[in-house]
Design a protein. Structure first.
Length: 399
């Protein structure tokens, strides 16, 4: 369950060293002396003994271009560089605090009250509303309406660099296909993918040997499972709950929604920067604005997406004939193994207790979806087969 929003620590002005490089002993420029007895074109060299051609007048002056073999040019090119003198300047926060604003109060008032400003605001506002409404869409399964202006190919291009980084970091730790843990994940994925409706995606699975309890799916079907999550899953049903949640992020295209939200937040950030430049917010506008956007919009949106992925993943695993009750047990084990004292409003994910309560409410609907998929008959046959074999055949146990 990779976190998709990283909290950026607020910028703090601290003393720093600014390095400026200037050449030392640089000779001042002086105009070349020109003899008053020569014509204005005297700096050029005339060719000796040149005869006028039919296309040139007799008094024409022939110009000879300097050759690269000229000793004068060679000496200027091969001149050694002069040593540079480094000047260290310490950052002075008082100077920044008392610096003159980009716009004075009168200039800012003039810009705001100018007629063209009102026209730009009206046209920009109407265009933004049209752009927003045009890119509204419905999330599959949950039916939530949201803004999304990124195509699938654009999102995959954004995730390519992250994919390459994960592959570099996991070099030497990726388990081979014949490993029992890899086979287990493959078996669960083969049942979840048809239930998710994403059979056309080219899936790519990597199981990484690591104690980290994590799993995530990148745009384009890149699946990464860390072996440290397998003891939390325990059974096939538990693993289906974890993988179903990650697949649900791709079904709902949450990555594209996150990138689209940056398009909306960018003008707000620029507005805070403008207020700082104008001296209205005393240099704290961008900092306070980023904190307000982070805790007021971005983190709540991330928690909503995680809860939505829990719901969609629960329905996917139920349609794949896995027991949805296992999802509740997974989060109970996760809470016991990874307790956190961080308040939910400071996190990009809902708390484990919140997720347990939500899934308990969704269980009746998930079990109904499981029965509609004909899983009751299939699981009944499996149970009869287990009893016939004397009970020594088990289903869903981790290898």
């Amino acid at each position: 369950m990779i976190q998709r929003f990283l909290f950026r620590a607020p910028f703090r002005a601290s003393p720093r060293i600014t390095t400026l490089a200037i050449p030392q002993h640089s000779a001042p420029w002086r105009p070349a002396s020109i003899s008053h007895n020569l014509p204005s074109i005297a700096p050029f060299h005339t060719s000796s003994g040149a005869r006028p051609t039919p296309r040139t007048p007799p008094n024409a002056i022939h110009i000879r271009t300097p050759s690269l073999q000229s000793p004068r040019l060679e000496s200027s090119f091969r001149r050694p560089r002069r040593p540079q003198k480094i000047i260290h300047t310490r950052f002075d926060p008082e100077h920044v605090r008392h610096a003159k604003p980009l716009l004075t109060g009168e200039q800012l008032a003039y810009v705001i009250t100018h007629g063209w400003t009102k026209v730009v605001v009206v046209v920009g506002g109407v265009g933004s509303v049209i752009f927003y409404v045009w890119n509204l869409e419905e999330v599959p399964v949950s039916g939530r309406r949201r803004f999304n202006c990124y195509s699938e190919s654009s999102v995959e291009a954004q995730g390519k660099m992250m994919y390459e980084k994960v592959m570099r970091d996991a070099r030497g730790s990726i388990l081979p296909d014949y490993d029992p843990r890899v086979k287990k994940v493959q078996r669960v994925m083969e049942r979840l993918i048809p239930a998710s409706g994403m059979e056309d995606t080219r899936w790519e699975l990597h199981v990484i040997h690591s104690a980290e309890m994590n799993a995530f799916v990148m745009p384009g079907g890149k699946v990464f499972v860390y072996s440290g999550i397998l003891p939390i899953a325990k059974t096939d049903d538990g693993l289906a709950a974890i993988l179903g949640h990650e697949i649900a992020h791709n079904v709902a295209r949450h990555q594209a929604e996150q990138l689209s939200s940056l398009v909306i937040l960018a003008p707000l950030r620029w507005a805070f920067i403008f207020l700082d430049s104008a001296g209205v917010t005393a240099g704290f506008g961008r900092l306070l604005g980023d904190l307000a956007l982070q805790f007021g919009l971005m983190m709540p949106a991330s928690r909503k997406q995680e809860s939505e992925a829990d719901y969609i993943g629960l329905m996917i695993m139920a349609k794949a004939c896995y027991d949805p009750k296992a999802a509740v047990k997974v989060w109970q084990r996760m809470e016991a193994a990874n307790k956190s004292d961080i308040p939910q409003w400071l996190s990009t994910h809902p708390s484990n207790n919140t997720r347990i309560e939500q899934m308990a409410k969704w269980l009746p609907k998930a079990e109904a979806a499981r029965d509609e998929s004909g899983c009751a008959v299939t699981m009944g046959y499996a149970k009869d087969f287990q009893e016939t074999m004397g009970g020594w055949v088990s289903f869903g146990k981790m290898i």
